[in-house]
Design a protein around this ligand. Sequence first.
Ligand SMILES: Cc1cc2nc3c(=O)[nH]c(=O)nc-3n(C[C@H](O)[C@H](O)[C@H](O)COP(=O)(O)O)c2cc1C
Length: 223
Amino acid sequence: MKILAVIASPKGMQGNTGRLLNEVLVGVEESGEEIEILSLKTLNVQPCVACDLCHKTGICNINDDYEIIKEKLLACDGFILASPNYIFSVSAQMKALFDRCNGLIHCMALEGKYVAMVETSGGGGDDEVLSYMSRFVNTLGATSVGGAGSPIAGVRTFPDEENLYAKARALGQDLCKSIKDKRVYPEQDGFRAEFKVRMSGLVDMMKDYWPFEREYWAKKRTR
Ligand SMILES: Cc1cc2nc3c(=O)[nH]c(=O)nc-3n(C[C@H](O)[C@H](O)[C@H](O)COP(=O)(O)O)c2cc1C
């Protein structure tokens, strides 16, 4: 099983978010699964320019690392999204990636994948950011298995560190177990079902302009 971790701190794995993500990855490792870390610090993901080409062709026209990340997201069994809290939301690096996933969202192309989330903050508001990330995950069609978030207590340290790290390791294990068991999270079904109606309706409305997504949904409906 392949687990991808996408970290969106400008400090890469060396910051607070990397420290907490590391514990989640220990949980994944304990489950015996393969890990690949993608750091948006070293990858180039430019902001979306709203050219709509992804909707028309399935491919983004910006010449950067997004298509590589997209292929890895499509190929993995599950993934982890890790971001610092920047002004009540994710970092700009993570938001750029979210926006570039617009084509994947229209197709809800990551249906069947499971996702864990990691967030750290200077002083709190962690649940708000985790819940935003979880909604993003559901718009991709994927399932959120939960998140680990915390304010910091200093550089790469957290209050109640023992409990937080135990929770983070359990999250990593739970991610792997959810994938193996194909676990159902019924509380996410309502939002996803409504979003599916919305996205398939949008693509239907735009069928003359967005042939790639029209064909994707035609195939998806017969699956
Ligand atoms: C641009 C910027 C915005 C931030 N905004 C917030 C915020 O709104 N709330 C908060 O509690 N911490 C905020 N912080 C602090 C970071 O969330 C916190 O230090 C985090 O642990 C950094 O993670 P990192 O070391 O992995 O980059 C901000 C930091 C920066 C640089």
